[in-house]
Design a protein around this ligand. Structure first.
Ligand code: AHM
Ligand code: MG
Length: 334
């Protein structure tokens, strides 16, 4: 490894040096990153460590949990319980907030996470990831309850994801741009490889699960139809389509080469509010994308402005390259 490369710890210490009180956030992130490295190792070993397949249980959303969903959740809880920087945790895989264990020191932050997103991809060896969001625990609260977690995305102190793909990567924002790190397996450290990531404003690539097209709302139908019509259509250009069914991989692609990611409202999802979870998926990804110059909306409002009403609330997601997202928002306005 070239000697001038920066580890994520080095990067965080340097970037937080002048910010008062941020030493705690660096130490908290150190624990989060260690958890991601342990999950990365389990994902990499797959069937060799018996990690694939169903756990035979269901989460709060009624989804069947994979063994790796359960294991990744346990890893996150274990590695973040004892550092002394958290007042509580909440996970996509758990009904209620997880209290810091009796006797362990408490801190001022709240950690929310989707321990293994895109887990339908695990058994077929396609990229999955971890998504996390860090909030401040309200002043004076020792044992946070659900209401203490229900803060809009704009209050996030930090958001990030780990992508377990051909290489494992970590992408982070603390509200001052977005930086990407690649795991060097030999030394067990994430190394800064993608400084100051930006989402290009224009794109000719969209991502949506087209099998739901018969349920889509009119603005989404119109947008996708226009893309599909290519050079002969109103857009006068050909578009490309991708759908990995792994939000982390999808958002990562958008950070690298632009694009628009859609899991919009549709007739089938209306009752539950959408597909993706506000607190564990939509908000952290919105913080990252907006920090990189992208735009993130439900079609009707900015995702990070939503006042959450529940820990497991779902929302429509339209996010990515500015000009395409704004076009689709304008179709909703019409
Ligand atoms: P999960 O948290 O249960 O893994 O679900 C979230 C995933 C996202 O990563 C992805 O964008 C979406 O679900 C895919 O959904 P679908 O299978 O309907 O295409
Ligand atoms: Mg998820």
């Amino acid at each position: 490894m070239p000697l001038n490369r920066k580890t994520v710890t080095h990067f965080l210490i340097e970037s937080m040096r002048d910010k008062q009180g941020h030493g705690n956030l660096t130490l908290l992130l150190n624990d989060v990153i260690t958890a991601c490295k342990v999950i990365s190792d389990q994902v990499n070993h797959g069937e060799l460590v018996g990690a694939l397949g169903s756990a035979g249980s269901e989460n709060i959303q009624g989804e069947t949990q994979k063994k790796l969903d359960v294991l990744s959740n346990d890893i996150f809880l274990q590695f973040n319980s004892y550092g002394g920087h958290l007042a509580g945790m909440a996970s996509e895989e758990m009904d209620d907030p997880f209290p810091i264990p009796e006797g362990a020191p408490r801190g001022k932050y709240l950690l929310l996470f989707d321990p293994l997103d895109g887990s339908s991809n695990i058994d077929v060896n396609v990229s999955v990831g971890t998504i996390f969001s860090i909030l401040k625990c309200p002043e004076g609260v020792e044992d946070p309850e659900v209401k203490d977690f229900l803060q809009p995305g704009t209050t996030q102190v930090c958001a990030g994801y780990a992508l377990y793909g051909p290489s494992s990567m970590l992408v982070l924002t603390t509200g001052n741009g977005v930086n990407g790190f690649t795991l060097d397996q030999n030394i067990g450290e994430f190394i800064l490889t993608n400084p100051d990531m930006k989402v290009v404003e224009d794109t000719r690539e969209f991502a949506i699960n087209a099998s739901n097209s018969r349920f889509w709302e009119a603005p989404v139908k119109r947008y996708v139809d226009e893309c599909l019509a290519g050079v002969e259509g109103p857009r006068g250009e050909n578009f490309n389509m991708r759908w990995i069914a792994s939000m982390v991989a999808e958002i990562h692609r958008i950070l690298i080469r632009g694009g628009i990611f859609l899991y919009p409202m549709d007739e089938r999802l209306r009752k539950q509010g959408g597909k993706l979870r506000l607190m564990y998926e939509a908000n952290p990804m919105s913080f990252i994308l907006e920090q990189a110059g992208g735009v993130c909306s439900t079609g009707r409002e900015r995702i990070m402005d939503i006042q959450p009403s529940g820990l497991h609330q779902r929302v429509p997601c339209i996010m990515g390259s500015k000009n395409e997202v704004e076009r689709l928002i304008s179709y909703h306005d019409e």
